[in-house]
Design a protein around this ligand. Structure first.
Ligand SMILES: Nc1ncnc2c1ncn2[C@@H]1O[C@H](COP(=O)(O)OP(=O)(O)OP(=O)(O)O)[C@@H](O)[C@H]1O
Ligand SMILES: [Mg+2]
Length: 299
């Protein structure tokens, strides 16, 4: 059951794509999807077999989540609630025990170019330069060398790394590496970007800058986003929808629309947004929900 106090936002029209500073300056660097896409997780359940006992343990139970390509959906929940398992199912890395994953009504049975994944550990190829990493998926798709070089450099410029195309990976900071990873994920024009705690390893200031950066990229690329985070502030600042997973087994206990990301895109400061009474009350409600049964467990 969704708490009624959290369900107060009217549904946004999916035909009304987000506007923001990035949208106004869109250049044809990101391969933009022209039609609305929907990523659907339908009645998904996942069981893991426990090592040793061979008993099945239900990790995710009856997840129903539909993500449109103009949405920024953030999933939050306690450690072990199944967030990464959920993202792995959406990416097609793991097969569900029950239910289906669909993109635009077509069932997917594995990873695909329509869904790009970014993890906390950037997993860039250390033997390639920044541009080489971004160009790599284009090489796999047999894009001509000059064109992939051009697109890689343009993508790097879009993520603020104009001068770093020829740098080695070990010459880049953590935030720069994550931006290379995101540029690489976007290189083949996915419909959805799936991000598992992509900013988790960054210091507070870099993380804050990267949050705004992610929003700008989302607006400009018109790529639907599914982001996993432990940070409730981050969830509220970025999301058009916040989804809360409760653990044992992982299940959706709230799915709410939020507008703070749009305020951030519109130029409001993080400080002012966090000072809003609506932000504070939603933060309190979600904190209570995320930690609902913790005391019982600890007792
Ligand atoms: N490959 C696996 N085999 C068996 N159990 C697993 C496997 N992967 C995850 N689990 C279990 O499934 C549950 C959910 O794990 P998952 O990694 O999805 O949680 P999470 O919400 O992402 O946690 P965190 O916030 O710590 O990253 C945990 O209890 C975990 O131990
Ligand atoms: Mg995880």
């Amino acid at each position: 059951m969704f708490p009624t106090a959290l369900s107060r936002k009217p549904p946004k029209q999916v035909s009304d794509p987000p506007k923001g500073p990035g949208a106004a300056s869109a250049a044809p660097v990101f391969k933009q999807a022209t039609l609305m896409s929907i990523l659907s997780l339908q009645s998904l359940s996942l069981d893991y077999v426990e090592a040793g006992s061979r008993r099945k343990r239900r990790v995710l139970d009856n997840i129903n989540l539909h993500i449109a390509s103009d949405e920024f959906v953030v999933v939050i929940g306690r450690s072990g609630s199944g967030k990464t398992s959920l993202l792995n199912l959406a990416a097609g890395f793991t097969e569900p025990s029950e239910g289906r994953v669909l993109v635009d009504g077509r069932e997917v049975d594995g990873p695909g170019a329509d869904r790009a994944v970014v993890f906390q550990d950037d997993a860039l190829y250390p033997w390639l330069t920044a541009a080489g990493n971004v160009a790599f998926p284009l090489k796999l798709r047999k894009v001509a060398r000059a064109e992939r070089q051009r697109r890689a450099e343009a993508l790097l410029a879009k993520v603020g790394l104009d001068g770093s195309a020829h740098k080695n990976i070990w010459e880049l900071s953590g935030g720069m590496r994550q931006r290379v990873g995101i540029a690489r994920a976007l290189a083949s024009g996915p419909r959805f970007l799936l991000l598992d705690e992509p900013l988790g390893a960054l210091d507070a200031l870099t993380r804050s800058r990267m949050q705004k950066f992610l929003l700008d990229v989302w607006v400009e690329s018109k790529t639907g986003a599914l982001l996993i985070t432990h940070s409730l502030d981050e969830a509220l600042l970025l999301a058009t929808r916040v989804v809360v997973l409760a653990p044992n087994p992982g299940r959706v206990v709230a799915d709410i629309r939020t507008e703070f990301g749009r305020a951030l895109l519109g130029g409001e400061s993080v400080k002012d947004i966090k000072a809003l009474s609506t932000f504070k009350s939603l933060h309190d409600e979600l904190t209570a929900l995320i930690h609902a049964d913790e005391e019982e467990i600890a007792a």
